[in-house]
Design a protein around this ligand. Structure first.
Ligand code: ATP
Length: 362
């Protein structure tokens, strides 16, 4: 187990700046998710940690050791790729044994370790098969076994569940999380799936356009997004955003959306005071639909645009002025299409962002 540290790491591919000055610590023994949309630089970051890519500038440390110029095989890492990259001409047993044979371990030791890790991953009965004779989920386990058998200091996983169907993904998610906790290996997990990142990781690093946008626990990322990108990338459906006019009411600084006036606490008011507009965000699951404004809440007039019934809940799409807004409701809430209703949100669930910098004003 080691802590992994990146210091001012940048990576260029010709004119593309894939990573811009990333400084980041992955804690010893923690499960960290690198989360971002396609092309944000996640894989590049993981490959720099693995030693597959060299940074254009900056340093990588494993503990106190500067590994920036070390090749992958000198870093003691376990790596699992999206496509698993199993050797098709080798049995499962030989696939798992391969990293140990490279290390020239005695055959009896290899056998002991292969069987031990196969047991851990529940693939003991598959050892004689070839990769082509395995399901996607089984291949995933074999790839994990091959990564773990050499007892790596750091486990690097690049979208390891993305080739599996949705049901299996959710099942393996829990198993992987438990396995990581039991083994306590520093784990870095690349994903574009925010639900996966929030569900599994101790820490989530949100990255966009080669820049780290926020680092925090799943709770922090979900409840206190640092900027509009994080607010609208996290959550399913993601946070609603409405642009409001900043208005002064006596000493108070408020935000106006149609007939709705929202006056946040003093600290945010001060930060809003020299803006003309402010972007307000709230999560679809924090809002409630009603025929009349609800006491003690901020209420927006809205028109019902669509209702999606998902069994456990409904997602109602409405328009506030011209802005689409989604609300997650109980299954029995099915407002009439085209009807005029109110969207009610507790004031403490509203977040305020500067439209220019996109930063949270809290
Ligand atoms: P995805 O989820 O689609 O895999 P990602 O977040 O992992 O995306 P990267 O693969 O790290 O993104 O790519 C970041 C940027 O760097 C992209 O603009 C990509 O086109 C570019 N890039 C990545 N690898 C190379 C390469 N070998 N040569 C040139 N450009 C590259």
């Amino acid at each position: 187990m080691v802590e992994v540290r990146l210091v001012e790491v940048s990576k260029r591919f010709g004119s593309v700046e894939a990573l811009k000055n990333v400084t980041l610590t992955f804690e010893d023994g923690a499960f960290t998710a690198l989360l971002g949309p396609s092309g944000s630089g996640k894989t590049t970051l993981l490959y720099i940690i693995a030693g597959i890519y060299k940074p254009t500038s900056g340093k990588v440390y494993f503990g106190e050791r500067d590994v920036t110029n070390l090749p992958p095989n000198k870093r003691n890492i376990g790596l699992v790729f999206q496509n698993y990259a199993l050797y098709p001409h080798m049995t499962v047993y030989e696939n798992i044994a391969f990293p140990l044979r490279l290390r020239k371990l005695p055959p009896s030791k290899i056998d002991e370790k292969v069987r031990e890790v196969a047991k851990l991953l529940h693939i003991e009965e598959l050892l004689d098969r070839y990769p082509s004779q395995l399901s996607g989920g089984q291949q995933q386990r074999v790839a994990m076994a091959r990564a773990l058998v050499k007892e790596p200091d750091v486990l690097l996983l690049d979208e390891p569940l993305s080739n599996l169907d949705a049901l299996l993904r959710v099942k393996i998610r829990a198993e992987l999380k438990r396995l990581q906790k039991d083994l306590g290996i520093t784990t870095i997990y690349v994903t574009h799936d925010q639900a996966e990142a929030l569900a599994m990781a101790d820490t989530v690093v949100v990255i966009d356009r080669g820049v780290v946008q926020q680092i925090g626990s799943p709770d922090e990322i979900y409840n206190n997004p640092r900027n509009l990108f994080v607010a609208t990338f996290i959550g399913s459906p993601p946070a609603n955003i409405i642009t409001a006019k900043v208005v002064k009411r006596g000493k108070e600084v408020c935000a106006a959306v149609g007939n709705t006036l929202i006056c946040p606490d003093y600290k945010i008011g001060v930060r809003m005071a020299n803006l003309e507009e402010v972007v307000i965000a709230f999560r679809p699951e924090h809002a409630e639909i009603s025929e009349a404004p609800l006491e003690g809440m901020v209420s927006f007039e809205a028109e019902v645009y669509a209702v999606e019934t998902l069994g456990r809940e409904n997602i109602v799409t409405l328009v506030v002025g011209a802005t689409p807004v989604k609300v997650v409701t109980k299954p029995d809430v099915r407002p009439q299409l085209g009807s005029r209703v109110y969207i009610n949100v507790p004031i403490d669930k509203l977040k305020y962002f500067d439209p220019e910098t996109e930063l949270n004003l809290e």
